[in-house]
Design a protein around this ligand. Structure first.
Ligand code: HGY
Ligand code: MN
Ligand code: MN
Length: 415
């Protein structure tokens, strides 16, 4: 009895069908949490899971669990999976590759008829992206016990809908919200396949990455309050230009990241809201995001402290007021050595070269790692592009990653 190789045609078909659930098909893929395309995509993926003999259920925040029952279903299960929601104008692989690889791996294991003790569960985590409610990893964060129903009532989208209201409107039972979280020991192991979203594997010509650390992201919302005034009539020395203060902060955070002692420090400003956003008006208010990440928590926080000192000086030099709100401040997540060893052995047995690496991107595994041993399999991103319509990963590479995933899940479920 062997596990047959994954079929890239299966992977291609499901990914391409998933990609039809898209609210902006002219610009890559946009599938925002609980919008009509995402709800339809959820229905489709659940059908695919059932077609492959998996037993499907959802929890109160919409995490989807598809179970391939083992011979000893009372043992803590082995998990795989990822997300199907996207950022705006995204690609079609970020998250989806891991969900589809999980379904294909479960199909291969089932067809192999090799007995496995533990249940193997393919998970679709709700809202890994912060696109709609500004906070990432909502489903896995709730699983880790870091998102309460109270917080779900406070999290609002741009239209003022709370996550709790949206969930209720879709029929989720919020009286069971407290049942979402897991304790340590309730899940034996979790392995997520994901596209690399960087260019390391491609530059090394390698098909597989094994993630040993997931960098911890910090998201800050910064508001600068200056003085709205006339772009022509206001002398330069009398201006309190909120956007130019924001620009100084953006360039400062880039400088601090570039000179950091850690090779994994990254930072950017991705979202800017200028008020009143008019060509001949000096902005009086700017609200913008700071996304700062590192595999080293201390180094990240030293940078954030330096940045805060800088904003204090800026308040004085520019006569503005600066407010900084922390949205999330996640720790880096270490992969489990035992799972890494299993995945490395799978690669060696299949003669597939691999590279152990840090993930600059965060993933649901970052949250799952709070209550279960985790590891991740990376497959290459063409030109290192992601969060972009040009995102591409060869189906054969996803199939190769699925072979490692299936082998690893099978070994873990009999561990
Ligand atoms: O931003 C991230 O790291 C993830 O792709 N959402
Ligand atoms: Mn993403
Ligand atoms: Mn992702």
């Amino acid at each position: 009895m062997i596990v047959k190789p994954a079929q890239s045609s299966n992977i291609k078909n499901i990914l391409e069908k998933l990609n039809t659930f898209n609210s902006d098909p002219e610009n890559g893929t946009t599938r925002v949490l609980f919008t009509e395309p995402e709800v339809e995509a959820r229905k489709y993926i659940k059908e695919e899971m059932k077609k492959n003999g998996l037993v499907v259920r959802e929890d109160s925040i919409g995490n989807i669990f598809a179970t391939l029952e083992g011979t000893d279903p009372d043992l803590p299960p082995v998990w795989t999976g990822s997300h199907i929601d996207t950022v705006l104008k995204a690609g079609m692989f970020d998250g989806m590759a891991g969900v589809v690889a999980g379904i294909e791996a479960a199909r291969l294991i089932k067809e192999s008829k090799i007995p496995h003790k533990r249940n193997i569960e393919v998970i679709v985590y709700t809202s890994e992206e912060p696109t709609r409610f500004g906070l990432s990893c909502l489903g896995s964060r709730a699983m880790a016990g870091y998102l309460s129903l109270e917080q779900a009532k406070r999290l609002k989208d741009k239209q003022g809908n709370s996550l709790a209201e949206v969930l209720e409107g879709l029929g989720y039972d919020l009286s069971k919200f407290d049942e979402i979280s897991f304790k340590k020991g309730e899940v034996f192991a979790a392995v997520e396949l994901h596209i690399e979203q960087g260019a390391v594997l491609e530059s090394m010509g390698l098909p597989i990455g094994i993630v040993d650390t997931i960098s911890g992201p910090t998201k800050l919302e910064v508001s600068v309050y200056g003085k709205q005034s006339h772009a022509g009539g206001t002398p330069m020395n009398l201006r309190h230009d909120a956007f130019l203060a924001c620009s100084e902060i953006a360039l400062k955070v880039e400088k601090l990241a570039k000179k950091s002692s850690s090779k994994d420090t990254v930072a950017t400003v991705g979202l800017v809201n200028v008020i009143p956003n008019a060509s001949n008006v000096i902005s009086g208010e700017v609200h913008f995001s700071l996304d700062i990440r590192d595999s080293d928590y201390e180094v990240k926080h030293k940078l954030i402290e330096e940045l805060k000192d800088f904003t204090k000086q800026l308040e004085k030099s520019r006569g503005v007021t600066i407010k900084i709100k922390q949205i999330n401040d996640d720790l880096p997540t270490k992969s489990d050595d035992r799972i890494i060893e299993i995945l490395e052995n799978s690669c060696k047995e299949k003669n597939i070269s691999y590279h152990k690496m840090v993930s600059g991107a965060f993933h649901d595994s970052m949250m799952v790692g709070k209550f279960a041993p985790i590891a991740m399999i990376f497959v290459p991103s063409k030109d290192g592009i992601s969060h972009n319509p040009a995102e591409w990963t060869d189906y054969d590479d996803i199939a190769k990653g699925t072979d490692i995933l299936a082998d690893g899940l099978l070994k873990l479920s009999n561990d």
